[in-house]
Design a protein around this ligand. Structure first.
Ligand code: FEO
Length: 397
């Protein structure tokens, strides 16, 4: 298989996972890539590896350029197994290579690959080091996405190898951002941010600003997943700062599940009421849309209205799943409301409201409930409920 030249001396030697559709609970409708990079010079350097099972693809791309045993260093920028999974196999082939990693990363690798023989070279945050004729500055980016993530900037070619930062789960035959329709790349970058990095938005802002203060001349950003940003690479940096700010737009999500269609009827009437205020609305039945696709929309939505029927004194499992998932990301600056139909006990809307309060949403205090099937008058109440929420959304803008 071919290596893909990025700039002089730098090649993409990763793997394309065309068929993955579930990346630890994240729906990867367009697959993904595991990006590894090979740098040639007085010392040959491999940046990261690929997920276990994709080693053969990576090694054949490396062999397209050099003999793998001629690799001198392997930079391990992230322990997670989609990037380190082939480390034991490459260490067998590149048997003189040393693993360059931070202390956090070394600890994580040791806890994953107990039997793998590896000699470490330790790097620290802010270090600028020469490896042969190439110079690298290392920047730790803890919690983007694990404690060990590290970026490294190669001065000679002005490339930032950004680990999980600025990635997208996107399998394509193209390697560069300007070779794929921009709306697709940006949608997948946004989904990746919302579902991988949003929880640590404050840290993301801090780290990105630290990197910007270093005044590095970044011409290319090479992430661990998806396409490489070589046209207008700072644009994705600006998007990250925007997404991290928690700014919202005049948009509401109505997210629900339904047993016999009553909560669905309520959802549509509420959505109509919100729309009557000129607010953009998106409606999601959680059995039709994966939670990670809803989460992508949560990123800039100003209001999240959640509905559930009551099942055995509880909210519906799909709704509990979504709320647990969303809570983990700690979304900021949201308005919340709850609704649902019920047969006899009707606890679900109140339970939802408590969850939204725990997420520090600005909630509409009284959840809206309807027994069994909503009448015309009750649907009118749903519409008014939506209209009130719409007013709140507009006033918060
Ligand atoms: Fe792509 Fe956190 O690994």
């Amino acid at each position: 298989m071919d290596a893909v030249k990025i700039v002089e001396d730098v090649y993409w030697v990763g793997a394309i996972d065309w068929n993955i559709r579930d990346f630890h609970g994240y729906s990867t409708h367009r697959g993904t890539t595991y990006n590894a990079y090979l740098i040639l010079g007085e010392k040959n350097i491999l940046i990261d590896t690929v997920k276990k099972g994709f080693f053969d693809e990576m090694i054949s791309r490396i062999q397209n350029v050099i003999e793998p045993r001629d690799i001198d260093y392997i930079f391990s920028l992230h322990v997670e197994m989609d990037h380190s999974g082939s480390l034991p196999e490459i260490m067998e082939v590149a048997d003189k290579a040393k693993v360059v990693a931070t202390e956090r990363c070394q600890k994580g690798l040791s806890l994953h690959y107990h039997e793998c023989k590896k000699e470490f070279v330790t790097v620290k945050n802010g270090d600028t080091l020469k490896f042969g004729d190439k110079t690298f500055t290392f920047v730790e980016i803890p919690m983007l996405h694990w404690p060990d993530n590290t970026m490294t900037y190669m001065h000679e070619r002005k490339i930032l190898f950004s680990s999980d930062g600025f990635g997208q789960h996107l399998a394509t035959s193209q390697r560069f951002n300007d070779e794929v329709p921009e709306d697709i790349v940006m949608y997948e970058a946004r989904k990746y941010y919302a579902n991988i990095l949003l929880r640590y938005a404050d840290i993301a802002t801090r780290r990105i600003n630290e990197i910007l203060k270093m005044n590095l001349d970044i011409r290319v950003i090479a992430p661990a997943h998806g396409v490489i940003w070589h046209r207008d690479p700072t644009k994705i940096v600006e998007y990250y700062l925007k997404w991290s700010s928690g700014d919202t737009v005049k948009k509401a999500l109505v997210v629900y599940d339904t047993m016999w269609g009553s909560t669905a009827k309520m959802a549509l009437a509420i959505a109509d009421g919100i729309m009557s205020r000129g607010v953009e609305v998106k409606v999601f039945n959680l059995r039709a849309t994966d939670r990670s696709d809803v989460m992508t929309e949560v990123l800039d939505a100003r209001a999240i209205i959640v509905g559930s029927p009551t099942l055995n004194n509880n909210m519906f499992p799909t709704v509990a799943d979504f709320l647990t998932y969303m809570k983990g990301f700690r979304p900021k600056n949201k308005i919340g409301a709850a609704f649902g139909s019920y047969g006899w006990s009707g606890e679900a809307p109140k339970q939802i409201l408590e969850e939204l309060k725990a997420m520090k949403f600005d909630v509409v205090e009284s959840p809206l409930r309807v027994q069994y099937v909503p009448s015309r008058e009750e649907l009118e109440s749903c519409y008014k409920f939506g209209k009130e929420i719409g007013k709140k959304i507009v006033e918060a803008g």
